[in-house]
Design a binder for this molecule. Sequence first.
Ligand SMILES: Nc1nc2c(ncn2[C@@H]2O[C@H](COP(=O)(O)OP(=O)(O)OP(=O)(O)O)[C@@H](O)[C@H]2O)c(=O)[nH]1
Length: 194
Amino acid sequence: MGLILAGGQARRMGGGDKPLLRLGGRTLLERVVERLAPQCGAGLALSANGDPARFSGFPGPVLPDPLPDQPGPLAGILAGLEHAAAQGVARVVSVSGDAPFLPGDLVARLEAAGSEAGIALAASGERQHYTIALWPTALRGALRDYLERGERRVGGFIARHGAAVASWPAEPVDPFLNINTPADLAAAEALDRG
Ligand SMILES: Nc1nc2c(ncn2[C@@H]2O[C@H](COP(=O)(O)OP(=O)(O)OP(=O)(O)O)[C@@H](O)[C@H]2O)c(=O)[nH]1
């Protein structure tokens, strides 16, 4: 199952839903769905809080964070793992909803790198992306305990559970480039025009 994380506050962008920003005539979310859907036989889910109607075109459930007082990407990942486990799905690939150039072999390579019980992270060269990763749903109990203890660092959870890494070249275009600021969006527009 593919899980698109869209529950962040987009402070560096000035607020709002970054996945609904447009790049080259389509929203970032439409671009992420276009990249990810063909790779995910078990379908997609979107992790986002607030009114789900603003994502009405999304082809899957919109999952609110299970621990609203505990923001951060791990809360969204927990929502995805619990949803997937309820559907009998063993592994979830999370991606950021602001990464419009995801590689077409993302899921296959993460699945090859990961194990039944282990997390697998995507990397651009040496740079690891903690929110673009394969997560066994079996870790959902440990993740809920971690968050309920008041922890929220993704790297801290991964360090406890080990992680394999699948790496893609960062050049000429980083396939995990994500949009954090208006300047990033302008740069992505220039890249998209090629
Ligand atoms: N579900 C969920 N996703 C989150 C949360 N916080 C961040 N994310 C997602 O995790 C990914 C990385 O988020 P960040 O870069 O830390 O935060 P951001 O909202 O994108 O941007 P800034 O507020 O500018 O840091 C993005 O896809 C976010 O949508 C949260 O509290 N809940």
